[in-house]
Design a protein around this ligand. Structure first.
Ligand SMILES: [Zn+2]
Length: 339
């Protein structure tokens, strides 16, 4: 619908006609049933939209991951590294080297954005008396204005834009973990980290993946290239197969036990998340607790255990949206938190 290469400046005008068609579908369109050989009114509702964070922010008319209040699910706020003009905004859990918490995970989870809160915050922007005032409200709320999808029957701003498993785990957590293990995470030196996998071991794993492809039926997965050289070519499908079917065997005995167990927790969470018998009750209790624990362990294992004397700092947020969660992590220089 929008060919690019850039994204539209005013998304509302692009999807206006789509909205009109969606409203027609809600009201019902005359459709022929070839079995009963009769016409009937077909009603259809758009209830869920998925995409990566920039795309969803765009369609929700939010500032997104570059904003001070970036999350569509909660009110976590970011902090800009003023010492670096090129820097993006980070979301530190701690404000300083004393590890004083600036965000309590439980508080974020217990105070989610709601459908009504989107409307209330957009109203504050509209009612600002000056343009400068409106811009301040935009920064604080993370909204540009109200999306044209607001009010469309079926769309609920709290529930219709979930953080999906593909982006969270296969395209985010998996490549991030590999980047940590191989020392390619955002140019951060992990040479001395306990979880660092040696170049030789990683090459061997890559070669074994290529060899194993000869024995794996194509119905399971297309040809996966050598992960030690071509990890950047892996798509979600490849990362999914890597996580669920390769990593548990390839990294057994390679990663120190504590990190291997943490990886296996992610495997178990993913397996449960894609199972068809996951109940809402389980999601809201055991499953959510497991996800929270995994993210907290991630923060702990990646930073504190491996870098007891480090001046580096982790910034992490959890974005919970019912069954889904996401992680944004970033270790940064100490100067970043000294401001
Ligand atoms: Zn959030």
């Amino acid at each position: 619908m929008i060919p690019g290469p850039g994204s539209p400046k005013h998304i509302g005008s692009f999807i206006y006609w789509l909205c009109r068609e969606l409203i027609d579908l809600v009201n019902g369109v005359r459709t022929y049933n070839c079995l009963s050989q009769r016409f009937f009114k077909l009603h259809a509702f758009l209830i869920i939209i998925i995409g990566d964070m920039p795309a969803i922010a765009h369609i929700m008319d939010m500032k997104g991951h570059i904003g001070k209040s970036p999350c569509r699910a909660c009110y976590v706020t970011g902090k800009r590294d003023r010492t670096n003009d090129q820097s993006t905004i980070h979301y530190p859990v701690h404000t300083d080297s004393n590890h004083r918490e600036r965000h309590k995970i439980e508080e974020l989870l217990n105070n989610p954005r709601t459908h009504q809160s989107f409307y209330n915050l957009a109203t504050k922007i509209v009612e600002s008396e000056t343009l400068a005032g409106a811009e301040v409200e935009r920064t604080c709320t993370g909204l540009n204005l109200m999306s044209v999808l607001w009010g469309l029957p079926g769309i609920n701003f709290e529930h219709s834009f979930p953080h999906d498993l593909m982006h969270l785990i296969f395209l985010n957590a998996c490549p991030n973990l590999v980047a940590w293990w191989t020392g390619t995470f955002k140019n951060i030196d992990t040479t001395r980290d306990q979880f660092r996998i040696s170049t030789d071991n990683w090459k061997q794993i890559g070669q074994r993946i290529v060899k194993s492809m000869e024995l794996i039926p194509a119905s399971f997965i297309r040809q996966l290239p050598d992960i030690s050289m071509l990890a950047h070519t892996y798509l979600a499908e490849g990362w999914s197969f890597w996580l669920l079917h390769i990593a548990p065997y390839a990294l057994d005995g390679i990663l120190p036990a504590v990190y291997y167990e943490h990886l296996m927790d992610l495997v178990s969470i993913t397996q449960r998340a894609i199972s068809y018998n996951l109940t809402e009750q389980e999601v809201l209790t055991v499953f959510q607790d497991k996800c929270t624990k995994w993210v907290m362990d991630y923060k702990w294992y990646v930073t504190l255990l491996s870098l007891p004397n480090s001046e580096r700092h982790i910034c992490s947020i959890i974005l919970f949206s019912h069954q889904d969660y996401t992680i944004n992590t970033k270790r940064n220089e100490h100067r970043h938190v000294q401001q």
